[in-house]
Write a new protein. Structure first.
Length: 43
């Protein structure tokens, strides 16, 4: 039972790391889009 729990824990950890990386990338690209439109709006 213990190895299975460890496996689940590792997998969950890996998935959440991947998820966080994806989320950061999305936030960065959205941020860039907002920033660019902001500049275009004022210039």
């Amino acid at each position: 039972m213990q190895p299975f729990k460890n496996f689940l824990y590792q997998t969950g950890l890996n998935i959440s790391i991947i998820f966080v990386k994806q989320a950061i990338q999305v936030i960065i690209s959205i941020d860039r889009i907002i920033f660019l439109s902001f500049i275009n709006f004022f210039c």
